[in-house]
Design a protein around this ligand. Sequence first.
Ligand code: PLP
Length: 471
Amino acid sequence: MDYVSTRGEAPVLSFADVLLTGLARDGGLYVPAVWPSFSYSDISALRGETYSAVAHRVMAPFVGDSIEDDALRSMIDDAYATFRHEAVAPLVQIGPNDWILELFHGPTLAFKDVAMQLLARLMDHVLEQRGQRATIVGATSGDTGSAAIDAFKNSQRVDIFILYPDGRVSDVQRRQMTTVAGGSIHALAIDGTFDDCQALVKALFNNFSFRDRVALAGVNSINWARIIAQIVYYVTGAVSLGAPERSVSFTVPTGNFGDILAGYVAKRMGIPIDRLVIATNQNDILRRALDTGRYETTGVEKTQSPSMDIQVSSNFERVLFEASARDGAQIARLMAGLAQSGAFGIDTAVLETVKADFDAATTNEADTATIMRETYDKIGYLADPHTAVGLGAAATRRGNPATPMVTLSTAHPAKFPNAVEAATGVHPALPAFLADLHDRDETMTRLPNDRSAIESFIETRTRAGSDRGAA
Ligand SMILES: *Cc1c(COP(=O)(O)O)cnc(C)c1O
């Protein structure tokens, strides 16, 4: 499979190169040159298969001949063996035709594990084949960093540097990043917001000489390998609820648009998905963009659902690219406008195309707490605040009652215990394997919101670079 950039100017790459590249050199995001598609009988044939088997069927066409099939299958098996539920992403019924898809049974209790556990294995494999090492730099609002650090903790080929906004991640999230031992793991507490961290990471990638010197690779949700790992649970969820005969709708707590983008790809591949509902907290750039046609940044507000406290939703660029008939020059113009003035207008026809697949709804802070309380009172289910934002949007954009509505649960309640306890009065316990998290020693480095300080920190510590030209 070949991959092209959403801005039309970067070289065409293979899956393995896209895996290691992250952001394209023209500032765009890579997407497959063509969408693989599943026929009705392809989808029927997935019924009753294990999660790993479905994952293999879904991902193989995107991987192409970059990785041998047996190796891919065994990496998928290993990645999902780290989950503590045999279904990996089980469905829980919460209403007559309403469901929660639990994506938090991985090692760090958030949906990021689904993609990251596989991504780490894929990257190590490709680096090993090429005799190379890499430096991973990522920005996190909490969950990506902990998922990445856990996923790469046994990596032989990668040094990892995770930038997180100091004081703006939960204790559990921070401890999941700062208590993992190992000389190749670096948790960096940045004096700034998540968007500052994300901007720093983008700046590192845009400094081509630094990027090449340290063999920089990205694990943020713009990495295409993460997206394909996330397509899988839309497929297993839809098939469990009656696809291909029956359509299913999904509501997705959304920040950077990586998770819901995977749902869109599943639909492009032929999975019968009716509505894709973008659920935002008060950081609602996407909901405003769909309502008004204007994609406009405002400040970031701190909420109970911090993993969605974002200013821009990077992966939305991929949907705009599709909706504008893959007009890379137009996307490059819009993104230049965003960089310059913090906003762009979406062409009416493009907006209508986007709205043919997506709805959006915002759940404010008070309603998020009310939903957590009511869900617990009514059915005894403890939802984390991100999931509650999703449940709020699912309720207001319910649509046809005959169509199953699946809300993605992106985090375990114990990952955000203070918000859950404030709303429900119940303190959600950490699973046994994390019970001593608060007693473990922490290691982190505080750094200013300053690109050159971060570059020199990384350059003096990474082991990548000296042998990177090997292959
Ligand atoms: C990352 C994250 C989200 C948002 O996912 P995107 O792919 O950025 O839209 C939602 N909930 C939780 C718990 C997360 O960790």
